[in-house]
Design a protein. Sequence first.
Length: 312
Amino acid sequence: MYESTVYPGCTEEDCVPLLEQLSGLKYIEDFKVGFSPERINPGDREHTLVKIKKITSGCDAESAEEIAKTYELIIQAGIYRASSIKVAEAAKIIENTQRDINIAFMNELSIIFNKMGINTMEVLEAAGTKWNFLKFFPGLVGGHCIGVDPYYLVYKAKEVGYHPQIISAGRFINDSMGGYIAKQTVKKMIGADKNPKNVRVLIMGITFKENVSDIRNSKVVDIYKELKSFGVNNIDVVDPYADAQEVKHEYGFEMVKEVSGKYDAIIVAVSHKSYLDLKEEWFRNLAAEGCIIVDVKGAFRNRLSSFSYWSL
């Protein structure tokens, strides 16, 4: 059984020949395979393994039935029997690609509305009053799933002679958001008569999403690197979930254990639960004169009235 997200055809076209070669066994005659994509959402304690409907598939009728029955032993939400392994593979990869594209649309809207002086969250709240409006929000898209999986589909599409424009455009937008946030931060600081080379910046959060310890493919790192490219050298990074040694090994910079002193810009990059309870006084104690608050997900909108505030 395979559960990892792959492009359609990977299990049968890539994995099976290797299994035959390395084992000396014959596919179908000596062994069978199936695909049942993992659908767990990291950090989500409500949608756990047994509570999510499981897609199952097999290489023939017998394996498909045996695989479905095996998963039925634990899956409370039920089983969906896909007609083939390729269908199951494709179903999983479009789940993540669909989300990636929808967030990319929100990020593009955020860039447009920022130029118009319109608050994106206010627009989304207004549009969300319609019953069939899809409630996605702008933000950083990293991690080992949504920030990666669409490339598998792009690869396979090109292999069969098609260039996927929407998927590729969505990936470009989402991959550029870290740099965009850093540029906006620098612009705000310059507008406040602050020299980027002389400022102190605090980045709150380094994991790829809130309330998890996973730092793989974190787009917060893009914010850090882009700030560095503008000459912002004094940057403190904190995160209650991330492992400092892992961050150092993976990305090459040190985290700080505690915040200290005064900062010219504070970037709330990841909306961890422990951050959401922070009061304006907490920020005020860390803020230098003219401090810029960059709230990536808009978690503190209308809560920090005494600061120059910006969010996606």
